[in-house]
Each structure stands twice: as C-alpha cells, then as structure tokens.
Design a protein around this ligand. Structure first.
Ligand code: ACO
Length: 435
C-alpha cells in the first residue's frame, strides 16, 4: 500500500516486539493514520494499538485549508495571505470573507457581504429582555456565552446545517450580532442603557458606538481608534486548531446548530490559559509597578518561583509572534490619540531585558499576541472584563470557518476520542450496611 516519492518509500515499518510481527503503515503529509495502527494486535481479542496523546500535543485531527502557522519561523497566514499584509491592507470584514470563502472578495462581493452583515446587526427585542435578567454585576463574557447560545431558540431553522443558504444566513447573523451582544453585555455590567446598532457605521465603528455612546444622537468614531480595533479584529480572526476552535469542531461534530457550537467555543475562550492571558499581563505590569522593579521581577521569574512572564511564550510560536509585531506598532498609533498607557514603559523594558536574557533566549520565549494587546484595550477605555469578549467578537468568524470546513469534510464524523481505562475491574455491588 505504500507510495513512492523520488524513489523513497513513503511508509513506516513497525515491528511489534510483543509478537515479532512487522507492519507497514503509509505516510502522507508527514503523518500516519492512527487507525492504521489498529491492525497491530497481540491476538484476535486485542482492540489494536492506540496512540496516547493528552492535550493533542502531536495529533492532527483534521485537514484544513484555512490558517497556516509555522511557529519556528513566526509565520501566520490566512488562506495563504501573510497576517502582517492583511493587517496593513485589509479590513476585518474582507478578512472574514476570505476566511469563509477561501478567496479575497471582489468589490461587489465585499459590498454585498458588508450589506448583509450590517442588515443583521439588530437582535430580537426578547434578547434584550433576556440580557436584562442577568445580575447587575454579571461578567460580560458569561453573558455573551449564554446569550449567543440562546440565539438558537430564536432561529430554530439553524439546525438545518447541511442546507447551504440556511447555514450562510446563520453565519452572517452570528458575525453581525456578536458585536451587539458583546457591547450590551458591557453596558449591562456597568448599568448603562443598551445602544442599538448604527448601520451607518462600519463594523468596528458600530461596536465602538454601542459601547461608548451616551447622550449624543450619533456617535462620532475616532478613525484611528476604529482602524486600530479593526486591525486587532483581523489579528484575532483565526488561529487554526486552538482550544476554542477545537471546541467548535468537537461540539459542531454532533451536528448541533451553530449558535450552540459558538457558545461552546466562546466558553473555551473564556479560560485564563486561552483568551484571558492579556488580562494576566496587565495584572503583572501593575504588580511590577515601576521600570526600576523590572530586573528584580525577571530574576524572580528565572528563579523558579513559579511566576511567569505573562504574554511571553507560546505552545506553537518559538519565535516572535507575528501578531505581536503588528500590535506593538499599533500601540504607538493608539497612544498618539489616547495618551500613553503608563504601563507601556514597563512592558518595553521587560521585553528588552527578556530578549537578551539567556533564560528566555534558550527557551525561545518571545512576546505573544497578548503582551501588548491589553495595553491598547486599556488605553481605548475597555475594562479588563471585556478583554475576552473583545477576542470572541473577531474569533467568531474563525470558529465558523472551521465549523463549515468540518461539516463539508467527508472524513469527519462525531468527535469521540478513546481512553485508556485506569479504573477497577468488575466487582460486586456492596450493600449500604457493608461499606
Ligand atoms: N515565563 C517564564 N518561563 C516560561 C514562560 C514564561 N512566560 N513560558 C514558558 N516558560 C518556561 C517554562 O518554565 C519551561 O521551562 P523549563 O524547560 O525550564 O521547565 C519552558 O519555558 C517551556 O514551557 P512550557 O510551559 O513547557 O511551554 P508550553 O508550550 O506548555 O506553554 C504557554 C506555552 C502556556 C503559552 C507558556 O509559555 C506560558 O505560560 N506563557 C505565559 C502565559 C501566556 O502569555 N499565555 C498566552 C498564550 S497566547 C494565547 O493563548 C492567545
């Protein structure tokens, strides 16, 4: 069954020392299929060899044509386009179209896509009442997760996931309504009235309006801040098979409607190891307090105290996170408008020292996307609680692109990992008086 490339067999020879039997397993795309190992058995009753891979450290669970990452080289591409180039030349909705369809839109396609997303920014009035029911100090991310899941009750047709027009409509609705729900979650958590979408504004500008508008008839968006937010949305739009995308695919593989699956993905994003790291960066910078304290903090991190330099290091990137490069430059532009975030000097000094320190260099620890993004969000007036929400808005398109790709992939089935059972063997029930 093995294929041949340039005279070399594309296969793996395995000898099972338990039985002395040899097997040949095909290699394609640098990968073997785990199910090919099932034929490696001790006897007829044996289930067959499995692989054990907690946290999916070395398991590809899908084939995907959406996002490419080379962590060693610090490369991130959406559908083949470099992230830095997209951040410079594109808009969030253009990138959303690209992620979903695979190609950049023509002007007509972009206009039509923008028009339909804009038309769907409003939510049913009952959604407002639902959100009103949350406690006065509810965390906005908790509200977002619950409310986006509740949308499935407003659109029961969404369960027709294999009908393309229906599926597309839900995708548009989700992209359009996430900023509305996100902004209303914030307004609720601070006791301000909900602001309806302003369809004269662009995607990021409309979100800023729903967040910030007070008594004025229409909100005047600062173009530099609007563009900065749009770029942050581009940078966060997708990141291949991360925790929340895997949740989206895993839950979506049960063929549930996309609102329920997006709620699950957003819940995965809520965790501090995923979407909450930029908040931890801010806490760390506050704790350091002063540039003069940076060397002592670095020493503490290296000393094995357990504290980490938050916003540094990444499971995949062993080089400068390409998104962090763009964000660092963006920070200067935002601070021109908002005034400098006083924590920036501490961050710059941390980065300067860490990038020449043997501890960080040898472990390939570089700034990741979260190192500077929190500083920008804070300077733009977003409270820390909103940081994961600000991540969820743009990541929705990544989740949806991953979900749709999964649905249309004939190799995919309901996600169902195996386990190595470590519990007791069969035993008899012990009556209450004998325990
Ligand atoms: N500060 C200090 N040391 C670190 C850091 C850090 N930020 N990150 C990793 N290390 C050290 C570890 O102590 C370990 O050292 P050792 O080999 O001497 O034991 C080595 O580098 C490897 O670290 P691991 O934890 O094995 O790397 P892993 O890939 O599992 O973790 C992670 C990646 C979780 C991102 C880690 O680098 C970290 O905790 N960073 C800080 C938190 C953070 O910024 N998270 C955001 C990630 S981006 C995102 O999710 C959007």
């Amino acid at each position: 069954m093995s294929t041949e490339t340039e005279g070399k067999k594309q296969s793996l020879s395995i000898t099972d020392n338990r039985t002395g039997k040899s097997y040949e397993v095909p290699i394609a795309d640098g990968t073997i299929r785990s199910t090919d190992l099932r034929k490696i058995r001790v006897d007829a009753d044996d289930f067959g060899l499995m692989t054990y891979d907690p946290a999916f450290m070395n398991t590809a669970a899908c084939r995907s044509a959406i996002t490419y990452i080379d962590g060693d080289k610090g490369i991130l591409r959406y559908r083949g386009y470099d992230i830095a180039e997209l951040a410079e030349k594109s808009t969030y909705l253009e990138v959303a179209y690209l992620l979903l369809s695979g190609e950049l839109p023509t002007q007509t396609q972009l206009d039509e896509f923008t028009r339909s997303v804009t038309l769907h920014t409003f939510v049913h009035e009952n959604v407002k009442e639902l959100m009103d029911g949350f406690r006065y100090d509810a965390h906005p991310m908790g509200m977002l997760i619950a409310t986006v899941g509740a949308l499935s009750t407003f659109y029961p047709e969404a369960k027709n996931i294999f009908d393309q027009p229906t599926r597309h409509l839900q995708i548009v609705r989700l992209l359009a309504k996430m900023p509305t729900i996100a902004a209303w979650s914030y307004r609720h958590s601070v006791g301000l009235r909900y602001i309806y979408p302003d369809n004269d504004l662009a995607y990021a500008g409309n979100f800023l309006s729903m967040m910030k508008r007070m008594a004025e008839l229409s909100y005047k968006v600062n173009p530099i801040l609007e563009r900065a937010l749009d770029i942050l949305f581009i940078l966060h739009a997708d990141h291949e098979q991360n925790c929340s995308a895997s949740a989206m695919r895993g839950v979506g593989s049960s063929q549930v409607d996309p609102y329920s699956a997006v709620a699950a993905a957003a819940a995965a994003l809520y965790g501090p190891l995923h979407g909450g790291a930029n908040e931890a960066v801010l806490r760390m910078l506050h704790q350091i307090g002063n540039v003069a304290n940076v060397p002592a903090f670095i020493k503490e991190v290296k000393g094995g105290s357990g504290s980490r330099l938050m916003g540094f290091g990444h499971r995949v990137y062993k080089n400068y996170d390409p998104r962090a490069k763009v964000i660092k430059k963006l920070a200067d532009e935002v601070f021109e408008v908002t005034g400098k975030n006083p924590l920036l000097d501490i961050a710059l000094e941390l980065e300067r020292i860490a990038l020449q320190d043997e501890y960080f260099v040898s472990r390939k620890l570089y700034p990741n996307v979260d190192f500077y993004s929190g500083l920008i969000y804070q300077a733009m007036g977003f409270p820390v609680d909103m940081f994961p929400v600000l991540f969820a808005i743009p990541r929705t398109v990544g989740w949806l692109a991953q979900w749709e790709e999964m649905l249309l992939d004939s190799e995919q089935k309901i996600a169902r990992p195996r386990q190595i059972y470590t519990g007791k063997d069969l035993r008899s029930f012990v009556p209450m008086d004998k325990r």
